[in-house]
Design a protein around this ligand. Structure first.
Ligand code: HEC
Length: 268
């Protein structure tokens, strides 16, 4: 018995020492390009699934989830906050979506595995060490998050054109910001149709920016539109985020664009 306990002690001690060596020597495999062994992937993903299921058990889904307003608001906010990672119907992988590990589900698959309550929990709380941000801290109003949940259910039924149309309608129906002063992914350099929206960066809030906003903004809108159209038409299928066709996009859409937008193909 003593020998057995000593054996366990030595084994645990070796593990701790091994972990410390990996830590101190900088040998830990932290690159996002590295693939985890299958068993690690399984362990992490099943831990995630169980944790989400447990946490979402107390979340109750609002009765009006699938209302037209919710879907339109969700469309607008999805385009602003999510498409950079989860892509949009009919569009290519983005520079960000290609580089994330684990890979983000593409738009049409976002509602495939999780219930509405589970999706709400993930959107509100994020997923540690995956790139999926918590949107709760920036959105006091939970109805904004539910709108996103509603829209994820609509996504599989949309193609490039109907998606763009829905985002447009969403922007028209909800011209104001979603009740907070922060910029969304990529808004600082493109796709912002809300000149009065309060932004906290990129100089939008400054007086100088306000004075020049009329000229500056319409130019930006044009750029945003020309950025979107070729992407949307690039290929019809939803597919996964393989690099196919992506390289052809950029020559037409030179920078300035933010690092998180769809600009695969240009040199950094
Ligand atoms: C910076 C990149 C990034 C952004 C922005 C982002 N996500 Fe994610 N999201 C991810 C990644 C990566 C995962 C996969 C996490 C995993 O495998 O555990 C994920 C997972 C999810 C899931 C869970 C899917 C599943 O089947 O497990 C949902 C739902 C989701 N995201 C919705 C959204 C919504 C809605 C937005 C916008 C408000 C958003 N995400 C913005 C990267 C992102």
């Amino acid at each position: 018995m003593k020998k057995f306990l000593a054996g366990i002690f030595v084994a645990l001690g070796s593990l701790v020492i091994g972990a410390l060596v990996v830590n101190f020597t900088g040998m830990a495999p932290v690159a996002a390009t590295g693939k985890d062994p299958a068993v690690v992937e399984w362990f992490l993903h099943s831990s995630y699934e169980r944790a989400v299921e447990k946490n979402a058990a107390v979340v109750s889904v609002p009765a009006n989830l699938a209302s037209g307003d919710n879907i339109l608001k969700g469309a607008k906010n999805f385009a602003a906050m999510c498409a950079g990672c989860h892509t949009a119907p009919g569009s290519n992988a983005t520079a960000t979506s290609k580089g994330l590990n684990p890979p983000p589900p593409v738009a049409s698959e976002l509602a495939g595995e999780l219930s509405a309550a589970e999706r709400f929990w993930v959107i509100k709380n994020g997923v540690k060490m995956t790139g999926m941000p918590a949107f709760g801290p920036a959105h006091d109003n939970e109805s904004d998050l539910w709108a996103l949940v509603a829209f994820t259910e609509k996504l599989p039924t949309l193609n490039a054109a109907s998606y763009q149309q829905m985002v447009k309608l969403g922007k028209a129906a909800f011209p104001e910001s979603d009740g907070h002063a922060h910029s969304h992914m990529g808004e600082a350099s493109q796709s912002n149709d809300q000149p009065t929206q309060a932004h906290d960066d990129a100089g939008h809030g400054s007086d100088a920016a306000k004075k020049s906003k009329n000229e500056g903004h319409s130019a930006m809108e044009k750029q945003a539109e020309s950025n979107h159209t070729p992407d949307a038409e690039e290929h019809g299928g939803v597919g996964h985020h393989e690099p196919k066709g992506a390289k052809a996009v950029d020559p037409k859409n030179p920078p300035p664009k933010s690092a998180d937008d769809d600009h695969s193909g240009h040199s950094h």
